[in-house]
Design a protein around this ligand. Structure first.
Ligand code: SF4
Length: 280
């Protein structure tokens, strides 16, 4: 059984260290008292350079039991959960326990949303059609060059958007409304006007999808930095001016313990020679 240790309790978020039975550690965040952000892997193989979660590479997938225990442990602390988001440490689509986790939460009337870089693409259509409470695809680029910098081991934009052009029109209106594309602005990585315009061109054929424009929460493991408030607002104006429906970072996300990208993982010490699989 895992153990939960409260690390920060400030603002509207509570952040927990999740100590796993094999000695590994991930983190979870309770937003506004009713929304739990869980981690799905120890570390991450995608390697986004601005993110603390994958800074030490990939360790292992969390089991279905470990995913559910994060929910149960936070409830034992008195939280009245209304929803869960698989947006903590790890790439949720790399973990084969994700569909069972979504279903197990659904049986407890706990809707689950997922944040993913989109790979492996073979698993994305089933996620888009599942009983999720929201899927946010981390795109963070308009050109392949910027995508390779921002999301190095996620799927390239060409095949990712080909899949979206095929799948999104087949989704129900409810599922389409709960699909969002995220663009995290990082200075000198993806903040150029040409980059944002290239993103707009890729998104336009998808119709009126929601766009989440995130400001960057700096982390100790990365030298990358945000663009500053003025450039952030200019990027927002550029996207909305192009006709996209854009949401800016919410207050909870901007707090220092604001989750996505800031959560860390520590791997357990492994006996030498033991094998591991990224996709489970
Ligand atoms: S941002 Fe998400 S996909 Fe990228 S390294 Fe961090 S946890 Fe992995």
């Amino acid at each position: 059984m895992l153990r939960l240790v409260e690390e920060h309790h400030g603002g509207s978020n509570r952040r927990f260290a999740v100590l796993l039975a094999d000695g590994a550690m991930v983190e979870a965040v309770l937003y506004r008292g009713d929304t739990l952000c869980v981690s799905t892997q120890v570390g991450c193989a995608v390697g986004c350079p601005f993110c603390a979660s994958g800074a030490r590479g990939f360790g292992r997938n969390l089991s279905l039991e470990e995913l559910m225990e994060q929910v149960d442990a936070v409830r034992r602390r008195g939280a009245r959960l209304e929803r869960v988001t698989a947006s903590g440490v790890g790439e949720p689509l790399h973990n084969p326990a994700l569909p069972a986790f979504i279903e197990a939460c659904r049986q407890q009337r706990l809707p689950v949303s997922v944040t993913t870089s989109g790979g492996p693409l073979s698993r994305l259509p089933d996620l888009l059609r599942s009983f999720h409470n929201g899927v946010t695809l981390s795109v963070h680029a308009g050109s392949e060059a910027a995508r390779a910098r921002a999301v190095p081991r996620g799927p390239a934009l060409g095949p990712l958007f080909q899949l979206l052009y095929r799948e999104v029109p087949r989704l129900s209106g409810r599922r389409r409304r709960r699909l969002a594309l995220a663009y995290l602005l990082v200075a000198d990585v993806n903040d150029g006007a040409d980059e944002i315009d290239a993103f707009v061109e890729r998104v336009r054929p998808l119709g009126d999808l929601n766009i989440h424009l995130y400001d960057y929460n700096p982390v100790q493991t990365s030298a990358h930095r945000g663009v500053g408030r003025r450039a952030y607002e200019m990027a927002y104006a550029r996207l909305t001016g192009a006709g996209l429906r854009v949401r800016m970072s919410c207050k909870a996300r901007l707090e220092p313990n604001g989750g996505c990208g800031t959560l860390v993982a520590l791997k357990a010490r492994r006996p030498a020679g033991r094998s591991r699989s990224v996709l489970g």
